[in-house]
Write a protein that binds this ligand. Structure first.
Ligand code: GAP
Length: 514
């Protein structure tokens, strides 16, 4: 099945099983804004727990905060967001549609890649088993010609973006004869910068109001509080501050479901270090964060580290952790060595000293910062995509199963009476009443047992127990495993010890320390 179709299925599965709904759907939705349903919120909370605990519980030098979404507007001047948090936009005069100029060009680059792949696929068919793809890519004149055009375009685009040369971006669109997908014309306006921050007014008009922004990242709440936390928590460098919270960006091209949203959630940790030690810490955090992802068990080949060649002016090292989504390897997390840029800017704009006094060195300095920044929603999407399977069973039927890491699954155990009579529902309720204190259980009695198993597979429940007539006699139940569909007979008293460990975030966290 084409990856595009797989992705469409994942999106509709997410809706059908209560993971993600379009926001305000009865009013036809709000672009790039989504709501999490009854299963989505559980999965999301488990992701947040896994991250929070891996930061705050496993490191005695990392503490958390929860800063407000609104911040003093000067924060965003100091951070550079007011002046430089922009996307280059272009309008088509015929369709009246607005596009991101960089996205139009990136799509054009992708078209060259597709052409090359199609050429290679055609040759593979022609030559059959003797086909040597590497050699063909290196020698075919057609492929080489397309490759050269593609690389020249990429270089030109990169140069224009790095220099923020808006005229050149427009010229590339014109030279490449890129057409508007809606009108099919090339009637383009100039390229203009568009700030991504949402703003609103604070205060009543009689007192005068102040323009404030919805934060576009959570990090600044940590920077402006770092000395409060350091002093009140008697923290010594190196130390970190972690935060989970909403961020808002007026994304113009919002595509790929919850990959790029206008309202989303971030999990950020700023680690404050002595200047000169930042690269060492950057390497440590890069390895630690990759391990955190890999511990989920999707296979290490699903992740890729992408080191940035071109760094932002304030960074001296940066890496993205990418996940193999159905639409290619995409950034889920960024790890940046941000030098002392943010703290120095806040010192300059606030006029207040926010230097750290280092008792070991008996000197004050502005700490350097390593940032780990991950989007909750992107992480959620990567987990949904990595877990979704359509399996053909021995009897020819298809089962859709989410092979979620058990520690993240919304429901850990479904308790199912075989029939709705003979005292079986009562017995099942007794099991629920005992186990619900240990992990999230769901009771279901409607439909045949086979259909109930399928529903639990579809939401990724790792275990189901079936209460039958034998249960009333010997207090045993059938325990069914989601991934193998294997069923074993176990005593009710043993259920907690069999399941609890396997579905707990603690077990996952222990693998990080191994
Ligand atoms: N403080 C650094 C920072 O915000 P970023 O690369 O702009 O860096 C960090 O964002 C992470 O936040 C990304 O890796 C991504 O997971 C998530 N993210 C950013 N923009 C997003 C959006 N529009 N929708 C969903 N997630 C987003």
């Amino acid at each position: 099945m084409a990856q595009e179709d797989v992705f469409k299925k994942i999106v509709s599965h997410g809706k059908e099983y209560g993971f993600v709904f379009p926001s305000s759907e009865i009013y036809d939705g709000l672009a790039a804004v989504y709501d999490y349903g009854q299963n989505g919120v559980e999965l999301k909370n488990n992701i947040k727990q896994y991250w929070w605990q891996s930061m705050v519980l496993l490191h005695d030098n990392i503490v958390g905060i929860d800063a407000a979404i609104f911040m003093h507007p000067t924060v965003w001047k100091a951070s550079g967001h007011v002046d430089a948090f922009n996307d280059p936009l272009i309008d088509n005069r015929d369709s009246k549609k607005r596009y991101r100029a960089d996205v139009l060009i990136e799509d054009q680059i992708a078209k060259y890649d597709e052409k090359i792949d199609k050429e290679v696929a055609k040759a593979a068919k022609r030559f059959g088993e003797v086909f040597d793809e590497e050699k063909y890519r290196a020698t075919s004149p057609k492929v080489l010609e397309e490759r050269q055009r593609r690389d020249a375009l990429y270089e030109r685009y990169k140069k224009a973006m790095n220099a923020t040369d808006l005229n050149e971006l427009r010229q590339i669109i014109v030279d490449e004869e890129i057409t508007d997908p809606v009108s099919g014309t090339r009637n383009w306006t100039d390229v203009r910068q568009f700030n991504l921050m949402f703003s609103t007014e604070m205060g009543s008009t009689s007192e005068g109001s102040m323009k404030v922004y919805l934060r576009p990242e959570t990090a600044q709440g940590i920077f402006v509080n770092y000395l409060n936390v350091q002093k009140t928590g008697r923290m010594r460098i190196p130390f970190g501050i972690a935060q989970i919270g909403k961020a808002f960006r007026n994304e113009i091209v919002a595509r790929q479901f919850i990959f790029r949203m206008r309202e989303f959630e971030q999990m950020e940790m700023q680690f404050f270090v002595r200047p000169g030690t930042e690269i060492e810490w950057f390497e440590k955090w890069r390895a630690a964060r990759l391990k955190w992802h890999e511990a989920l068990g999707f296979g290490n080949a699903m992740y890729r580290l992408h080191d940035h060649e071109k760094l932002a002016h304030y960074a001296n090292a940066a890496t993205d952790i990418e996940f193999n989504m159905p639409f290619g390897f995409k950034e889920v997390e960024g790890i940046h060595s941000r030098t002392d840029f943010d703290l120095s800017q806040h010192e300059k704009f606030s006029g207040k000293s926010i230097k750290y006094f280092d008792p070991e060195r008996n000197e004050s300095y502005t700490p350097y910062v390593i940032e780990t920044s991950i989007g909750v929603d992107r992480m959620f999407l990567s987990i949904l995509c990595g877990s979704y399977r359509e399996e053909t069973l021995e009897n020819g039927e298809t089962r859709v199963v989410l092979r979620l890491p058990p520690a993240l699954a919304p429901v850990k155990l479904a308790v199912l009476p075989l029939v709705k009579k003979d005292g079986l529902p009562g017995k099942a309720r007794e099991i629920m009443d005992e186990l619900k204190f240990h992990f999230h259980c769901q009771y279901e009695e409607k439909d045949s047992i086979g259909r109930r198993y399928r529903r639990q597979d579809a939401i990724g429940t790792p275990y189901c127990v079936t209460v039958d007539h034998q249960t009333l006699e010997d207090n045993t139940v059938t325990l069914r495993h989601r991934d193998t569909m294997e069923q074993t007979r176990v005593a009710i008293v043993d259920l907690n010890s069999i399941i609890a460990d396997k579905v707990s975030i603690t077990s996952l966290l222990k693998t990080l320390q191994a």
